[in-house]
Design a protein around this ligand. Structure first.
Ligand code: ADP
Length: 476
């Protein structure tokens, strides 16, 4: 059986499909998923377009009911869908189940957002005239998502888009169609008119590009790599589409001399290596003040070398496989680059054998790195992190901000004054104090500065800044 695309309420197949394989066990095929053609993509856009007038003005209760249905089912099936997600992406089961739960919570939150519509009424400067400022849906939005959060990112874009009255074409990453398909299947049974939500699985250069180019698609929300994001920006802005990009990160975690060492180690291990380091909010630069440096490095290297790597469904395992062969190759290349640049590999970086064939890499920790090295400047997106020494708070802050990216920045300190100063001066969209740089709430804005993001923030109430357009009405 080939899992098909959802276009205009129908499951549509094509001769082309892609085999989805488990990165923990390359002998396990998860399923075969249709690859939409350019014509399929056009049909999906046409269906969304045809449904858009109706959904934009559908009652808030109708939107609430549809989104609440999806949220309820995601929460009820979190264990089952978490298992599927862990098998297709490679994150460990506990993280995968939590991700599905989060997707459910996101749908519940945005169910509420659909009925929290409002606006402003103002007096006009003219006698006998009223002014209203309201928000309306954009129309059709194209949602392009990456492989590292196969259900949470499709959920947070889709739920926000639908709550604000938009119709959707979702294009998930090629390597993780199963979670997005499961989400689409739930949505297809929700009380939502046909065509409001469409799933177009397939290649970025076919489906994604079509969405970005088509004049009927009023907005594009993309999460993925910086080069692809830049490419989309040129095309989308050229034709005047609204654009929201979430791209890379090279997130710093600063550890000051006065930090609680246990807290700092937990933040570093979690931020750098959990989810196999495959999070855009991962702390890949650990910037450590010299008074605590040697104790921190010794304790961290001990923790990291003891991390258990293996099959994502094994309950003893803490770090799942790298998601695919390309990513593995890229990680190994950067480990070589770091060594050639003169950073010291304190532990890890080796491929490890397990009973199943998979992309298992022992997390790699570089120490005595310099912020100018490529391993400290370029996003690696894997279980590879580096420790960079800093003289004092000001030096650490300067290093933290010396990066082309600006998504998340963390500090471990017991000093209120350093924490306040860091919070104010870190050039990042999100700041964490005594917490890992990764791991965010669903009801507050998510996004970054500099080359990490473009356009309005995602998630929470701020999601409306992208998914709606402001209208000013004058009533005489
Ligand atoms: P990642 O490696 O994190 O998936 P990519 O930027 O390669 O990052 O992909 C993110 C998403 O963008 C995926 O869904 C991918 O298929 C899609 N994509 C890739 N190339 C293009 C393109 N030229 N136009 C539109 N979407 C694309």
């Amino acid at each position: 059986m080939v899992y098909k695309n959802l276009i205009g309420g129908d499951w549509v197949g094509s001769d082309r499909f892609r085999r989805n394989v488990n990165p923990s066990d390359l002998d396990e095929v998860i399923g075969e998923y249709a690859q939409a053609t350019a014509a399929d993509t056009d049909a999906a856009i046409a269906s969304a377009h045809a449904a858009s007038d109706g959904w934009a003005v559908a009652s808030p209760q109708a939107k609430f009911d549809a989104l609440d249905f999806v949220g309820t089912e995601l929460l009820a099936r979190a264990d089952e869908l978490g298992n599927l997600l862990a098998r297709e992406e490679g994150k460990i089961l506990i993280e995968a189940v939590a991700e599905v739960r989060r997707a459910g919570q996101i749908f519940k939150f945005f169910a509420g957002e659909s009925v929290r519509t409002g606006g402003e009424q103002l007096a006009s400067i003219r006698e006998g005239v009223d002014v209203e400022v309201t928000r309306e849906a954009l129309g059709v939005v194209g949602l392009i998502t990456p492989w590292n959060f196969p259900i949470a990112i499709p959920a947070w874009k889709t739920a926000a888009a639908l709550a604000h009255g938009n119709c959707v074409v979702l294009k998930p990453a090629d390597s993780v169609p199963a979670s997005a398909w499961a989400l689409a299947e739930i949505i297809s049974r929700s009380p939502m008119p046909r065509g409001v939500f469409n799933l177009a699985m397939g290649r970025g250069r076919v489906v994604g590009q079509r969405l970005v180019e088509d004049a009927r698609v009023a907005g594009i929300s993309f999460t993925g790599s910086t080069p692809t994001g830049r490419l989309l920006r040129t095309t989308a802005t050229e034709r005047g589409a609204k654009l929201q990009l979430e791209m890379g990160g090279k997130n710093p975690l600063v550890v000051l001399d006065d930090a609680n060492l246990d807290v700092a180690i937990e933040c570093a291990v979690n931020g750098a290596f959990f989810s196999t380091g495959q999070r855009c909010t991962a702390s890949s630069r650990l910037i450590v003040q010299k008074g605590i440096y040697s104790r921190f490095v010794a304790a961290l290297a001990k923790r990291v070398s003891n991390l258990r790597v293996g099959h994502a469904l094994d309950p003893e395992v803490q770090i799942g496989p790298v998601t695919d062969e390309d990513q593995l190759r890229q990680n190994l290349e950067y480990i070589k680059i770091g060594q050639d640049e003169g950073a010291r590999l304190a532990c890890g970086g080796d491929l490890v054998d397990r009973p199943t064939r998979g992309f298992f890499l022992q997390p790699a920790l570089f120490v005595d790195a310099d912020n100018a090295m490529r391993i400290a400047r370029e996003e690696i997106f894997g279980p590879v992190a580096c420790v960079i020494p800093a003289d004092d708070f000001e030096h650490a802050l300067a290093l933290a901000n010396d990066t082309p990216f600006g998504l998340s920045a963390g500090i471990c300190t017991t000093s209120l004054s350093y924490a306040r100063s860091f919070k104010r001066r870190a050039l990042a969209g999100m700041v964490m104090v005594n917490l890992p740089t990764a791991g965010v709430d669903y009801h507050v804005p998510f996004g970054g500065r500099k080359q990490s993001s473009f356009g309005p923030r995602e998630q929470g109430s701020h999601a409306r800044d992208f998914f709606t357009i402001v209208k000013t009405s004058y009533i005489g």
